[in-house]
Design a protein around this ligand. Structure first.
Ligand code: NDP
Ligand code: GUE
Length: 291
């Protein structure tokens, strides 16, 4: 069993990016600049955005964190987005999801300038991804592809089951793995809450990408020997013995699944850190495209 070490791989990628930034600076060129907008006070969201800003500092990017109160109106957020679109200093930015319920997420994503959309959530970029045109790939699926590629996990001709069909994880994951590309050429089944025979599907799968957001959902009895497991899920479970009062759980019951797996990602230290590395990679690309 091989652990797909997202923490180490993301550190490698960040070192590669830091090297590029050094070159840019030596040539007197502009330093890539990422902005992140966060609306409201969600603890987990704040942690993720904080990690993104810290990662920017580590590779030598400029970063701007824009924290808006929960009561921010949709119009105010759209005005902020317009400002970021017009700000020449900003190469790329993200609007952290989820947004408060009174704000229409689709409207917001549509307002982001597609050339600055380093999350790859704008319909133009989703379309470009589907058409296999150069674009910003959504960071989480992109990170999974990169992890599979760097560990040389065989995917061509393999049966993949993706559990989850969200716009930011499951759906793009299924599109990328079915494409003719690195870590692609797989035969992909997308499962979701209406899937009738999930266990039958997972028992036949060579690779399972688990992205439903239910802690420790996938158990050892649901997988075959030699399976590859990509655990995207992150849930905070109350744990009074921890100093912050919680522990992180993936969507995979690691103890029962890992002994049967050929490759498996841990939580934490798997897909999460890769997401951040790929966001930086997209920001570097955004800067190059603008230059
Ligand atoms: N590591 C990382 O970088 C990231 C981690 N995450 C984590 O990944 C998880 C998924 O996130 P996200 O995709 O945004 O979640 P969503 O809640 O948007 O989507 C969950 C998907 O899982 C499906 N689902 C829910 N319950 C079941 C079930 N019992 N059986 C089968 N399918 C089910 C849903 O089906 P239906 O469509 O029918 O409702 C839906 O398609 C979360 O834990 C999240 O925190 C998310 C983003 C990045
Ligand atoms: N516009 C937008 N873009 C996103 O990319 C986006 C988003 N909204 N909303 C929420 C999800 C979630 N997400 C994570 C990023 C890093 C970790 C990560 O680094 N996780 C660490 C642990 C972090 C911790 O300690 O909590 C790990 O798994 O090892 C996790 C989750 C990005 N998302």
């Amino acid at each position: 069993m091989t652990i797909l070490d997202g923490k180490k791989t993301s550190a490698d990628i960040k070192a590669e990016i830091a090297e590029k930034v050094k070159e840019l600076k030596a040539q007197g060129k502009k330093t890539p600049h990422l902005a992140a907008v966060i609306v409201g006070n969600d603890g987990a969201s704040k942690t993720y955005v904080g990690a993104k800003v810290k990662a920017c500092e580590l590779v030598g990017f400029d970063s701007t964190l824009i924290e808006l109160p929960t009561e921010t109106t949709e119009a105010e957020l759209l005005a902020k987005i317009e400002e970021l679109n017009n700000n020449d200093a900003i190469d790329g930015y993200i609007v952290q999801l989820p947004l408060p319920k009174h704000i229409d997420e689709h409207k917001v994503l549509l307002a982001v300038d597609a050339t600055k959309d380093v999350d790859g959530f704008h319909p133009t970029n989703v379309g470009r991804m589907a058409l296999e045109l150069p674009t910003f790939l959504p960071a989480t699926p992109y990170g999974v592809m990169e992890l599979l590629e760097r560990y040389k996990v065989p995917t061509s001709g393999k049966n993949v089951v993706v559990i989850g069909r969200s716009h930011i994880v499951g759906r793009p994951m299924s599109i990328l793995m079915s494409q003719k590309r690195a870590a692609g050429d797989a035969t992909v089944t997308v499962a979701h809450s209406r899937t009738a025979n999930l266990k039958e599907l997972t028992l036949k799968a060579d690779i399972i990408v688990v992205a439903l957001g239910v802690a420790e959902f996938l158990t050892g009895d649901m997988v075959k020997e030699g399976v590859t497991i990509i655990d995207v899920g992150i849930t905070r479970l109350d744990d009074p013995s921890k100093k912050n009062g919680f522990r992180l759980a993936g969507d995979v019951h690691f103890e029962s699944v890992a002994p049967k797996a050929a490759f498996i990602t841990p939580v934490p230290g798997g897909v999460g850190p890769m997401t951040i590395a790929m966001l930086l990679k997209n920001t570097l690309l955004a800067g190059e495209n603008r230059a």
